[in-house]
Ligand binder design. Sequence first.
Ligand code: GLP
Length: 244
Amino acid sequence: VIFDSSQEASVLVAQEIANIIQRKEELNEPCLLGLATGSSPVKVYEELVRLHKEEGLSFANVVTFNLDEYYPMDKKDIQSYWYFMHEHLFNHVNILPQNINIPDGNVSNEDLQQYCIDYEMKIKSYGGLDFQLLGIGRTGHIGFNEPGSHINSATRSITLDHLTRQDAASSFLGVDNVPRKAITMGIGTVRNAKRIVLLGWGISKAEIIKKTIEGEISSRVPATYLQQHNNTTFVLDTEASSEL
Ligand code: GLP
C-alpha cells in the first residue's frame, strides 16, 4: 500500500494495532505485539500514545516482544533499543512493566544461547504474536536478520553487516563505536506472527524495497521471505515505492 506521506500511513497502522488490542481485550485475552525500533515506526508509536492519552486506548492487556537489541548493550545506554522503546512508547502508556520483553544486551556470553532459547519459548508460550511491526535495513534485514539468515531461524545472536553498522554510525558517533553483534528474533519467529506490517519510508529504501517485493526469494535478502507469508502488508511512501 502506497501513501503520499508516512504520517498518514502511520496513523492508519496505529489504528489497526489499536483495533487488535481492543478486540483481544473484549475476548479477555492478552494481545501479543512484536515491535521494532529505528526511525520508521516512530510516528506509529506517537499515534498510539495519542490514542492512549486522548481516546482512552488501554495497554493493560498488551504484551510486547521487541525484535532485537545490540550486543553487548546496557539498557540505560541512550543507544539501546530498551531506551528507545521507553522514550517513544512504554513511558507514555499504561503497559505493565512485566509485559515488556526486549532482548537483554547485558546477558553474559555463557548465558546467551540459553537466553535466546528462552525468549523464543516465551513468545510461543503465549501462542505467538498477533501483530508484528517491521522496518527494513538496507541489507534487506528485518530485525537484525542479516543476509544468510535461514527462513526458519529463531531468536539468536548474530554478527552485524558493515552496511548496517555504517547506517547506525551517526547515533553512535562513529562506526567504530557500533557494536559488532546483536540479539534478534529469527525470520521463523517473525513469520509465525498472524499479521505483519513492514514500514518503508524515503528514497534510501527504494532499492531494497524493490528487491524485497519483486526479487527472487533468497537468504541474500532475508525480507524476501515475507513474500511467502499470507498476511503481510508493505506500507510505503511514494519515495520508498519509486523503484517498483
Ligand atoms: C535497525 C533495526 C531494524 C530496523 C532498521 C531500519 O537495523 N534493527 O529493526 O528496521 O534499523 O531502521 P530505520 O527505520 O531507522 O531505517
